[in-house]
Design a protein around this ligand. Structure first.
Ligand code: TRP
Length: 332
């Protein structure tokens, strides 16, 4: 039996380099051997954007464009819009009985996000319970593998826990998924912050034109202890060098830059110019493919509709099994 992948993204903005190295590259590679479903998670996006639902439609399209731009092949991977699969909502309600509030409270990703979004005093129940909804996303597709960024690991763990509980209590219907983290578990933001995040304004987006990428790179944080280019600088923890390590295939050039940087023999500008060049080599083909698909919006919509139709069929099959296992498949 061919194994399945399910993973997804919240359509609140286009995708960035952090998504690329954290998960997208894995998806492109693995679509050859896995039956792949990519969930454009608009329902989850609403859990912290319920006041701005108007953002979603355009960004569903943008995320689909990013998938196509990085080389995800719509003949191999299905793009599924979450709200168009209402079975997900049903499964989430059943799963809610299998999760305690104590478990949610301990979820490290949820904890961080609650702080970051200032939900400490007024936590919406929808947001609080999104790990349960994400468990439905994964399990309704019977996914074996979930390629995600490192921050999502607690979500996969939550899904595994629910599956074990469900299978033990009702019947062995669901599959316990495994997470797969990309080569670069966590790409720092251009500001040196721990993570590239759309709400943090420290991103380089996959569709950014060269002049925007250049500006972003030139304004990147470097070594705060270094005032003049002749001061010896630090390479470790310096986001410009972290990016060089990730994106610049010319390892000799990177080593040379590092050595000179440590000795105070190279300025930030040269290091950044070289990083910009390396990034552009990565981004150019992505940008070109993105533009090609953007000029055919009808084709992109077709891909979304077709993927969602196939995804929903899988979800309906699983739900029939779930209802039978739960003895709520009534004959009335
Ligand atoms: N929470 C994920 C994110 O913020 C998006 C997501 C929704 C997801 N459903 C999923 C990821 C299912 C993996 C599996 O990026």
């Amino acid at each position: 039996m061919i194994k399945r992948i399910l993973t997804g993204d919240r359509p609140t903005s286009p995708l960035h380099l952090g998504h690329y190295v954290g998960s997208l590259q894995n998806r492109v590679r693995l679509q050859e051997e896995y039956d792949t479903y990519l969930l454009i998670a608009d329902v989850q996006a609403l859990t912290d954007n319920f006041e701005h639902p108007e953002k979603l439609e355009a960004n569903i399209f943008e995320v689909a464009l990013d998938y196509l731009a990085v080389g995800i092949d719509p003949n191999k991977s299905k793009f599924v819009v979450q709200s168009m699969v209402p079975e997900l909502t049903e499964l989430t309600i059943y799963f809610m009985n299998l999760v305690t509030t104590a478990t949610l409270e301990r979820n490290p990703t949820l904890k961080d996000e609650i702080k970051q979004k200032n939900f400490i005093k007024n936590l919406p129940v929808g947001f609080y319970t999104y790990p349960i909804s994400q468990a439905s996303d994964i399990t309704i597709f019977k996914a074996h593998l979930v390629p995600v960024g490192e921050d999502q690991l607690p979500m996969i763990e939550q899904a595994r826990e629910i599956v074990r509980r469900f299978n033990r209590m009702y019947d062995k219907v669901l599959i316990e998924p495994k997470a797969l983290v990309g080569e670069v578990a966590r790409l720092p933001g251009t500001d040196g912050g721990a993570k590239m995040g759309k709400s943090l304004g420290n991103c380089i987006y996959l569709g950014d034109p060269p002049d925007v990428v250049r500006k972003r790179v030139m304004s990147m944080y470097t070594d705060p202890t270094r005032v003049h280019p002749t001061d010896p600088g630090h390479v470790e923890g310096n986001p410009v060098f972290t990016y060089h390590d990730v994106f610049n295939p010319d390892k000799a050039e990177v080593e040379d830059l590092k050595e000179r940087y440590r000795k105070g023999k190279v300025g930030d500008v040269e290091v950044k110019e070289k990083l910009f060049k390396a990034l552009n080599v990565v981004l150019e083909p992505i940008r070109a493919r993105r533009e090609r698909f953007a000029s055919k919006p009808e084709r992109v919509r077709e891909i979304i509709v077709e993927g969602t139709r196939k995804g929903r069929a899988v979800a309906q099959e699983t739900m029939a099994e779930v209802r039978t296992a739960m003895k709520i498949s009534y004959k009335f």
